[in-house]
Design a protein around this ligand. Structure first.
Ligand code: FRU
Length: 483
């Protein structure tokens, strides 16, 4: 591809009103899963599934690479050269799939899945993670255990316990359910299969678990998996004893303590940093047609970093990292507004497509209440972010988000129950086509919207079937991380 092709593409991307400004995304083209997040020598490194040549995934045709970037503060990111590309005739000739990165006594090491077939490979760096060398003995695991009929065998997650390395591989046992297969090694090269860490019930939690992530949190262990074809991320919290995991079922187990109820967030991976924080990233999927992605020249966004913690009742809490506050610009605040079915006007003076919003509601008797965002002055475009008190759910209604035909319009959301005297804090990050909502730090909902009108920038409040008290709303204009 010629220089003028790339120059034109860059100009097109810079002018695209749907392209987020403070979420990380590749310089151009496709990304999906975050891979191998690693805190290394004071910097946060993130890799990601990347097709550097076009805005589509490409399956097992050798399109998948590992993109790479780092940040000193989890806010501003710098792109680095592509870390891994398929080797023609190598075990990863059809693609470098998802995996993890570890610090092996000072040697940064990537463990990833090569396709096809699905095999596990490693690569190391001796120049602080700029270039990577694949190991001569790849693949280090060339097939699943012989006595198991598996639905997949990919996305290694590796950690160390005393002198031994352990690896989980995302898998499923045919006819039974999703699982993670546990292996052990002394040197990251010779691996011994032990047993499944735990096995899910296929009917509830799917028959193939991708992208496992396993780590201690508080006095428990957390297993995150991504369920193939369902685009959701169960989060299991439980005890890790004798190298087996006993998940304790979390509130709302149909969604199993789903990490994000929007259906646009997938393949989450976490890292521990020097402050002992557990920080999670996910892939934010598009909500527009494949042809629209292809035509725009980009697809896929990384979620904002979410800090995980364990509440005293052993359920998960998720908060945006505090570092993001540096992006806050002009601030607006309103207090003590009474919102009724008839108060439908927009908040005066506030307009924007890159905003952070913190709204605190006292529910009163409204059946539904929340915010309207990206509203056109005449109401032809608008998106509703709201709590439904009857169904006890948090939702995003996109029916009128966009006049463009090639975008998803279905409502997103899921269970979220407020206790009778509980107030609702909606912490919302709007970044052009991305919406990330944190509700009481308990439930996250990520959504995509693509308003077509340049003046769809208004913000309002609404209530249906009763009233709600808005205790306060704080809104900040957000800066771009790329300028
Ligand atoms: C999850 C996933 C992984 C796989 C990767 C390929 O989105 O399907 O299981 O390694 O994407 O890009």
């Amino acid at each position: 591809m010629s220089i003028s092709f790339w120059t034109e593409l860059r100009e097109k991307l810079a002018a695209d009103p749907q392209r987020p400004r403070y979420h990380f995304l590749p310089p151009a083209n496709w990304m999906n899963d975050p891979n191998g997040p690693l805190f290394w020598k004071g910097k946060y490194h993130i890799f990601y599934q990347h097709n550097p040549y076009a805005a589509f995934h490409g399956g097992r045709t050798g399109t998948m690479h590992w993109g790479h970037a780092f940040s000193e503060d989890l806010v501003y990111w710098k792109h680095l050269p592509v870390a891994l590309a398929p080797t023609p005739d190598g075990p990863d000739k059809n693609g470098i799939y998802t995996g993890c990165a570890v610090d092996n006594s000072g040697v940064p090491t990537i463990i990833y899945t090569g396709v096809s077939p699905e095999v596990q490979c490693i690569a190391t760096s001796n120049d602080d993670m700029i270039t990577w060398k694949k190991h001569d003995r790849n693949p280090v695991i060339d097939s699943p255990p012989k006595d198991l009929e598996v639905t997949g065998f990919r996305d290694p997650c590796v950690w160390k316990e005393k002198d031994d390395w352990y690896m989980l591989i995302g898998s499923g046992i045919k006819g039974i359910g999703g699982t993670c297969l546990l292996y052990r090694s002394k040197d990251l090269i010779a691996w011994e299969y032990l047993h499944p860490l735990c096995i899910g019930d296929g009917k509830n939690t799917g028959d193939m678990w991708e992208c496992p992530d396993f780590f201690p949190l508080g006095n428990k262990h957390v297993l995150l998996v991504s369920v193939l074809r369902r685009r959701w991320n169960p989060c299991f919290i439980g005890e890790y004893i004798d190298h087996k995991f006993q998940p304790r079922v979390q509130r709302n187990l149909d969604l199993s303590g789903n990490l994000d109820i929007g259906g646009c967030f997938y393949a989450a991976k976490s890292m521990a940093d020097s402050r002992g924080r557990r920080i999670l990233f996910g892939w934010i999927l598009e909500g527009r047609s494949a042809s629209a992605q292809w035509a725009s020249g980009w697809s896929g966004v990384l979620s904002l970093p979410r800090m995980l913690s364990l509440h005293e009742d052993s359920t998960l809490r998720m908060e945006p990292v505090t570092e993001l506050k540096v992006l806050r610009g002009k601030h607006y605040q309103y207090k003590n507004l009474h919102v009724t079915t008839t108060s439908s006007s927009l908040l005066k003076d506030i307009q924007g497509d890159c905003l952070e919003i913190i709204a605190q509601f006292d529910p009163e008797d409204a059946k539904e209440f929340g915010l309207k965002v990206r509203c056109a002055p005449d109401g032809t475009e608008q998106t509703l972010i709201f709590y439904n008190n009857a169904s006890k759910s948090l939702n995003v209604n996109r029916e009128r988000s966009s006049l463009t035909p090639e975008v998803n319009q279905y409502e997103q959301g899921g269970p979220f129950e407020l206790a009778s005297d509980e107030t609702l804090k909606l912490h919302i990050f709007m970044d052009r086509s991305v919406i990330e909502v944190f509700a009481n730090d308990q439930v996250c909902l990520t959504s995509r919207i693509y308003p077509s009108r340049t003046n769809s920038l208004g913000i309002g409040l609404f209530a249906r079937g009763g009233s709600v008290k808005l205790k306060s709303i704080d809104i900040w204009e957000m800066r771009s991380i790329w300028e």
